[in-house]
Design a protein around this ligand. Sequence first.
Ligand code: AGP
Length: 615
Amino acid sequence: MCGVIGYVGAGASPSFFLNALRRLEYRGYDSAGIAMLTADGVAIQRAEGKLSQLERKLDQLPAKAKVGIGHTRWATHGKPTENNAHPHRSGPIVLLHNGIIENYRQLKERLVARGYQFLSETDTEVAAHLLHDEYKKLTSGTPEARMRSALRSVVGQLKGAFAFGILCLDTPEVLYSAKLGSPLVVGQAEGETFMASGITALVEHTRQFMVVEDHEIVVLKPESVEIETFDGQPVTRPFQRVEWSVAMMEKGGYRHFMLKEIHEHPIAIAQTLNGRVQRDSGTINLTDLGVAKLPLKTLSRLQIIACGTSYYAACLSKYFIEATARIPVEVDLASEYRYRASTVDSKTLVVAVSQSGETADTLQAIKAARANGAQTLAVVNVPGSTIAHMCHAESLTKAGPEIGVASTKAFAAQLTALYLLGLALAQERQSLNDAQLRFYVDELVKIPSLVERSLGLSDSIERLANRYHHLSSLLFIGRGPQWPIALEGSLKLKELSYIHAEAYAAGELKHGPIALIDENMHVVCLAPRDAYYEKTLSNIEEIKARGGRILAVGQENDSQLLQLADDFIGIPECSETVLPFVTAVPLHLLAYWIAVRKGTDVDQPRNLAKSVTVE
Ligand code: AGP
């Protein structure tokens, strides 16, 4: 979704705003704009398309400004044109917005009736005129006091989600914002303060961050950050130090962020394990995992809710958690969960899995779970994200910043965190004895090196992609834990290469999908030597008997599978516990290399956003 950046301090150049917006590009966008306020007034430059279009206009902005805001827009209302790009101006007010104003039509009618001229098709312009209208009504008090009061009035009239960036020509060294439902962080350095949709925009300027929570208004000045609730109650909140570096956000010599992040699967898993597994004692450190406060011993069931790739990580963890912790695990799409009749109680642990920690569907689902009395746990990758603040407990996946829109290393880290949750439950509920628990702890510790080995498949998969990039459709099949991996592999292929792909539990093939099989249908079949191996071989025979083509993913020395398959990807020998982590890698690589061969925008696929903050 949209990127927001704001600055107030000694002075920032146009390239400060452009570079900060570049760090937010992964959020997905289709136009951009910057506004800078100087003694001569406000200068605004906007452009349709990528930031390179806006860059051509930077020389029309002042060299420096004490206050400024910038925006990348992911269209919710109005086409991606310069006119619809943010920021929008109304009198002394200049405003930009991440989110969606659901009642903008009613407000717009009222404002038009009061004589306001609308220049864009956006919902955001309504907020600019509304704030101007409320500000004009106030005739006493300082401009800043009037802006605060006007902003309080405006947020009480809006329905939807918003994180604003606002400047006012009458208060030349103040920046304002208000937040509900869309992410906003504040950063502070010597003599300057910042706001942004995500910490990645600011890491090169500060490590000191504070998360703005829902129903809060923020007033930024060069030396101070003041927060109050929508009803005017002051809020104090400490800054936190975040250990993310600029280097972590560069491509590091890789062609795309996505390729770099696939190769970071091992380190993402290792960092997520670090401090949580205690190898000497063969136990799990509940405090480091973030679950010590939860009543793990007395829970009756888990409900895991997520979207997209995070949902597939949740589906996969069900097999492991039920097998080790012996507790029922339901997995739900967040967008469906909140509309089902809730059956949660205080003995239900609802786990929200989200890389961004800002996904609106997941946020609303966890709100519903809390309202119904559930215990809640956030498994998120971005420190201090909104979903984490919404839950009773937070278990960070330590994948580091994931810039590619398609989730890769975060998927591996999510699996790791969920497997650790399963062992934490098993430990507390004693569903595993000490020896069994130690076995699994030792298995988890092996994963990074085995995944490292499977990354060696990249060159052979790149060659394979040359024979698959022209296809218009592909099927993925797997059994047991390999079924969610098949689902994840088909999503990756769809979202990166725009090739249609579907995934089925292999046992389901004969219940309908097998009608699709003929000599034109290629099937990616996950067939490692696990408990389902023999049955999966039967599936392969059924497909071949109907002329289908098989790309098999199996153990590297499986000569029988090599004979059967038309194409073969051999993964290193490993235990069943580790298998899903290892088979995910070739599917991520396959999707990546096919997309590269097709020439699609691998790091920012069309229509997608890294963090979907609208429902
Ligand atoms: C991942 O490749 C997808 N781009 C998408 O499905 C993503 O997993 C989904 O939007 C959920 O995002 P989250 O993990 O940030 O909540």
